[in-house]
Design a binder for this molecule. Structure first.
Ligand SMILES: NC(=O)c1ccc[n+]([C@@H]2O[C@H](COP(=O)([O-])OP(=O)(O)OC[C@H]3O[C@@H](n4cnc5c(N)ncnc54)[C@H](OP(=O)(O)O)[C@@H]3O)[C@@H](O)[C@H]2O)c1
Length: 334
């Protein structure tokens, strides 16, 4: 009952992490202390930002310590509690992921909201990725009805909600994704899709220009690289570029050169702004009020790629960088 299996990172990766740099360990948990809860995790989230935590340096968040239990969002069930707000059987979310059995202060655990959605939705469309989509569009890019919106990694956890929120705000949406299947799925949602695979910056720029001849008021950036250059070449006057992620460079070794056409920000009187969703978390209840009922009604579509078994968590994580995930990448524990 108290045996916890958890992943540690044993080496700081250079480039794409290798599976042998993650080790599964086990330990018996101590007796529950005052205010603590023990949670049997059912779903683990793996997210691109975790690559930054594996770099050994502080970005906007502390790096993972080598040989220490890794962290990440998880959803599970309370199996023991010495905290006044939690009882056995409560469904909760917390950050002690990458393990099957978690023990942590109850103050660091939150009850799942009560919408009619599967519990793992609180790791994806109604969790941090969903909140990120909503924040970038509304609080950073200042989306207005009728805007022409471009989003990269458009079929992913963040991107697919960006696309749909923009659609319902009567925006014209173009989504960039890798490969035919992902583009077909976007088209099935009514999103104009551009496949970036095999295209250099100038070919991408031409494809974006064809998809939206009048350019874009908003670029929701998840990727970086040649796509950013192509997007900058297609901005409209007073465009807003919300910098959410640069997944193209997370595994880069050596110097990564930036876009050659940053001057487009000047010519188009445009604004580019990065953001980290945690700084906006006070608005999570507003996001939930707005988006959760639509997810529960089935008006918002989301996909999940599920890998089963704790031991496959590193494999699930690495799929984010090969684009093998379709929507939110999750690990399901039995
Ligand atoms: N700022 C924040 O607070 C915040 C919070 C959450 C997420 N993010 C960022 O948002 C972005 C999306 O995250 P997510 O959780 O929704 O992941 P996701 O989009 O569900 O999965 C990652 C996707 O990125 C694409 N990708 C991977 N490597 C790529 C490359 N080299 N070039 C182009 N595309 C590549 C792949 O899609 P394709 O098959 O289409 O290439 C892959 O499926 C990430 O950059 C992440 O860091 C930022």
């Amino acid at each position: 009952m108290s045996l916890s299996r958890y992943f540690v990172l044993t080496e700081t990766p250079t480039g794409l992490p290798r599976q042998d740099q993650f080790t599964l360990k086990e330990a018996h948990l101590p007796d529950l202390g005052p205010g603590e809860v023990r949670v049997r995790n059912r779903w683990l989230s793996v997210d691109p930002y975790m690559r930054g935590r594996m770099s050994g340096v502080t970005t906007y968040v502390e790096p993972y310590d080598l040989d220490a239990p890794m962290e990440g969002a998880a959803v599970g069930e309370v199996v023991a509690s010495r905290h006044a707000h939690f009882s056995e059987g409560d469904r909760v979310r917390h950050m002690a992921g990458w393990r099957d059995l978690a023990q942590l202060p109850g103050d660091d655990v939150e009850s799942l909201p009560n919408y009619d959605v599967p519990e793992q939705a609180y790791l994806g469309v109604l969790g941090m990725p969903g909140m990120t989509a909503w924040t970038g569009l509304n609080r950073i890019a200042g989306m207005q009805p009728g805007d022409r919106v471009l989003v990269s990694a458009a079929s992913g956890a963040v991107g697919s909600l960006v696309a749909q929120l923009a659609q319902t705000a009567d925006c014209h949406v173009v989504g960039v994704a890798g490969g035919k299947a992902k583009c077909e799925w976007l088209r099935s949602l009514g999103v104009e899709a551009v496949d970036y695979k095999g295209k250099d910056a100038s070919e991408l720029s031409a494809a974006l220009g064809a998809a939206s001849p009048e350019g874009f008021d908003i670029y929701y950036e998840n990727v970086g690289g040649p796509l950013l250059e192509a997007a900058l070449a297609n901005l409209r006057d007073h465009a807003r570029v919300a910098i959410c992620g640069f997944i193209d460079r997370y595994n880069a070794t050596g110097v990564v050169s930036g876009p050659s056409n940053l001057h487009q920000l000047l010519f188009r009187k445009a604004r580019m702004e990065g953001f980290i969703v945690l700084e906006h978390w006070a608005h999570y209840p507003t996001f939930l009020d707005e988006v959760a009922p639509r997810v529960a009604r089935g008006d918002i579509h989301y996909r999940e790629s599920v890998v089963e078994g704790l031991e496959r968590t590193p494999e699930a994580f690495l799929k984010l960088f090969s684009g093998e995930n379709e929507g939110k990448m999750l690990v399901k524990l039995s």
